[in-house]
Design a protein around this ligand. Sequence first.
Ligand code: ADP
Ligand code: ZN
Ligand code: ZN
Length: 723
Amino acid sequence: MVLEVIVDISTAEIDRPFDYEGEDMPLGSRVAVDFGRKHTVGFVVGKKQSSEFHDLKKARLLDTPVNSEQLALMTAMREKYFLRHIDVLRLFVPSKLRDERDPELGRIYLSAAADPYDEEVSAALKRAPRQRAALEYLRGVEGEFLSVLTEKFGASAVDGLREKRFVRESSVREARVPLRTLERENKQVTLTDDQRAAVDAIADGKGVFLLHGVTGSGKTEVYMTVIERMLERGKTAIMLVPEIALTPQILGLFRARFGDLVALMHSGLNAGERYDEWKRLKEGRAKIAVGPRSAVFAPLENIGVIIIDEEHDSSYVSESNPRYDTKEVAKMRAEACGAALVLGSATPSMESYLLATEGKYKLISLKHRIAAYQLPEMEIVDMVQEFRYGNRSLFSAALKDGIGAALGRGEQCILFLNRRGFSSFVMCKACGWIAKCEDCDVSLTYHKSENVLKCHCCGKRYHALAKCPQCGSTEIKHGKTGTEKVAEELKNLFPDVRILRMDNDTTSRKDSYFRILNEFSTGGADVLVGTQMIAKGHDFPNVTLVGILEADSALYFSDYRSSERTFQLITQVAGRAGRADKKGRVILQTYSPRHYVFRFGRTYDYEGFWRKEINSRMVTKFPPFTKVVRVLVASEEEQAAVDSTRSIYRAILEIEKREGKFVYIGAARSPVTKMHGLVRYQVLMRLLPEVFERIMPEIYALTAQYKPKKGSCFAEIDPQSLI
Ligand code: ADP
Ligand code: ZN
Ligand code: ZN
């Protein structure tokens, strides 16, 4: 039999099926093949009786990781997003299956065979602190994969323990429970009438549902009950959550309710753990896949429902190769499986709500918070006024009083800093000079603890400045308000306050995120100061005050989504206050208090905001009424980038001539003119949806045709940021 095989090598030239000889096997099977001089694996995507080529090489069957439904989805994705076969295949198959070795082999499991506190053992490990640490660790976890232990403590420490026979080896593959979760109990609740109606509609329906409900309105409870119903019918479910950061929360809840039926698909797991979870789903031992966007590719059969929580979140769009939109993929998959698709949010995206008002999605609203939970009152403070009255601190009088009062009652506060936007400039007050990265053309951020400037784009570090390189002034404003600065001022105002900080710096170590959250939730601090990371989904019953310090920094972003993002953010942050029986309060500080975002945000009037915003999008012809398409050209050589951009621009102008006028088209340098040493140019367009559908294949073809040398060229659709 002749098999058409995609080999696991990602280059444009090789990205097509090659003929091999092999036994009859299902499509989606994985085979071992020789390709050129390379020994690799491939995936069977087609079968035929004969080939035009002679002397075909042999393909040997390994297993069948992909089923026909998934193959069809791959094809649809490839056509829609102009992706390579192999790049799409890799989304569906864990990396353990990317070479010929048996993924089960070589997985040695170690457990402690000696007590590190035993006198003799202690003596033997006296000069080997890493071995000792590894042994202590093993005692604590009751066992660990060799690979993981080596990763954590280094090969020599592990070898040392093995030589001394302080560890036991086995090949037991029993998957450990991967990833720490925030411990949750399984609360059995009686659904409210609204919740029950939502569950009934979803469980008995088909198509796309938009579940709109403020934070604390019980959406998660609806998700879980819908999934219960699906399991009862012998079906499976996919539960998508925005970012890695949020997964442990939901996972904790789901584990409490569904136990081992839940599998986690998560990039934070190591390759072995990922494979184990994938396999549990594949073999039907687990029936619910939970995870960020990649979980949409879970190897499940018989899917009853796909749920996308916080559907407006930008992390559902993959902005590096392979580029895809999880919502669209989920829609395709749900349709093919006859499953319901549920999009849940307190602040649905402009587009989803539009589709709901047009009847294309079924709108389900949970209008109220669960009985005891009240939405906190939101106060808008005008910081320009504060400044006029001589208050130069980060804290308005209202916020300062609020914090004092909350602390006095033994309650907790959250202070939220919006770190998107350009608030972290290092700027000369005398001449306005701004420190930028040489390679990326983005402004640098000052890191006080290390006293350096860092580029958040490429990570490059620079010395901190005492003097302005342009005018020599020493009035350098390290213009950020970082969580450090907030914590510092807070400490001055309330010397006894216990503060925890959470941002990218404090959470770069793997476990610190959970450590901080746990510490705060168990009352280990009075105030949590943080960035975007604390905006989402955490339940802290003792928090009664939330302060939003720079509510408008996202508004100054030159992006049509600024207002939408700001509204989402303040709604979400506000949801952190008053989740229990205590009434919450939100104090929002802004320099533009009359902006409509705050007017509607203050009363949680999503619909009011949506109507105002959608109207302005319609008038200005922005998404969802148009599609923004950007062709980004990057190259080490300026001229190559310019030439390629010019060719693409001309070709697109020809298309415009044929199709009628675009809403907008322009070619220019990208806002960030250089990144990772590549010069960047772009062709930016706004297209009406019909035109977009028609011409996208041509635009993709142009990106391949005019790829500059020493560089790249790709098309982005409605990019999340236009830097
Ligand atoms: P959301 O996902 O909309 O933010 P959750 O589902 O997390 O809301 O619900 C908020 C809180 O209310 C949770 O602590 C949850 O356990 C509780 N809850 C949800 N539904 C009910 C109910 N029907 N009865 C009592 N408590 C409920
Ligand atoms: Zn200067
Ligand atoms: Zn840089």
